[in-house]
Design a protein around this ligand. Sequence first.
Ligand code: NDP
Length: 480
Amino acid sequence: MFQIQNYINGKLVDPVGHTCIDNYNPAIGEVYSRTPDSDERDIEAAVEAATGAFPDWSTKPAQERARYLLRISDLIEDNLDRLAQAESADNGKPVSLARSVDIPRAASNFRFFATAIQHFASEAHAMEDTAINYTLRHPIGVVGCISPWNLPLYLFTWKIAPALAAGNCVVGKPSEITPMTAYLLSELCIEAGLPDGVLNIVHGLGQKTGSAISTHPGIPVISFTGGTRTGATIAATAAPLFKKLSLELGGKNPNIVFADCRYEEMLQTSLLSSFSNQGEICLCGSRIFIERSLYETFRNDFVEQSKQLTVGDPLSDTNRLGAVVSKPHMDKILSYIELAREEGGTILCGGRQVQVEGRCRDGWFVAPTVIEGLSHTCRTNQEEIFGPVVTLIPFDTEEEVVAYANSTPYGLAASLWTENLTRAHRMAGRLQSGIIWINCWMLRDLRTPFGGMKQSGVGREGGFEALRFFTEPKNVCIKM
Ligand code: NDP
């Protein structure tokens, strides 16, 4: 069986303890590889390597660091098919999605930050003819990057690329549920000639390997994407150690539909924002609010089209949904559907596991599920499900829908469909979300600030925000 290895100090190595974790292919429900079950000894070796590499890497000219990152980006593109197949096998997502979204975006992350660092500038503040201040921005040192399983390579590289571009060295940990593409990335970094120790990838469990990163005194910066509860644990650990923290956490995003929207475009995009990647995207709109005059039309069309979305073997290009990531995650999704029933909801379609024939008969698949008849305050509408499950709620006034949208502890992303520009601007100001999409969803410009408010996170990724996060500002004041 294929054995994934850690990437430490430029070499692929087994974990010190020689123990491993089973890695499942969720579409077939079987173990297909083994992942290192690393512990604090492996993290110690990675920190030592990163610390040793830092003086040289951090003082290289930005253009030189950028050349390595561009080489990695090219290699990701050269290996598009192989990486897409690996992502699909590990996560259950359709290989067509991995080929068109996940892997191209991982390549873009490296390319974007390789060029961004060459345009990054810091500030100067003149005090008339008394003094001048200028701000230096230095790389910080060894950075810990911890990422989740839903968009494995996409989100891992979204952290690593700006951290490296800014001149830091990295100890990264992908989710142990989807380690394969991070492993393949380490092979590509070796091929790209990235200097030893600049990037280290250590595989293992969150509570052991992840926790060894967040508690390590030699890692002063943590960039984390994952669940809100894990984020709270990491924040509690990191705060007394005075670590710099970026937290990208969960969401319960509203998708708000006014009757004056461009209907067909809204309908097709809402199918995507509900069920893409089996609903396992932190930006998916899981609560759909529809203006009452449009409610019945929307419900009938949306349910009809949701029923037509094919669920099955992720290797087939005709399937729109693949498997969900694991058996425990499928059970969690199904338990929320059960909860929706108990809370008085009506399941309009889906609401069950899908039994697929052939190769995938033991896989973990869930049908696109649409629920109506629930209050915006019930648990189904307050807690993150992170699966192909959406609820429909009618509304009458703008005031009312803003209150519904803002009623959860989360504040990551919101979508709004209307042709009324004044209303769109007004609502964009009032919705408590870090990201507002008007008449679109998942339209991303990598220069924009990305992240959530309330329990969806602390800090912003993307563009110069990321480069500012991964550098330490130092003000220099010179008296004239
Ligand atoms: P988790 O919080 O369970 O895990 C995220 C990462 O943290 C994994 O690598 C995990 O390792 C690790 N981890 C777990 N416990 C600890 C710990 N005590 N110390 C350090 N690291 C730890 O999230 P999921 O992987 O389940 O991802 C789904 C969640 O991520 C959803 O809530 C989703 O909304 C959120 N998310 C947020 C995004 C955003 O940009 N805001 C984007 C994508 C997802 P392991 O897997 O081995 O346990």
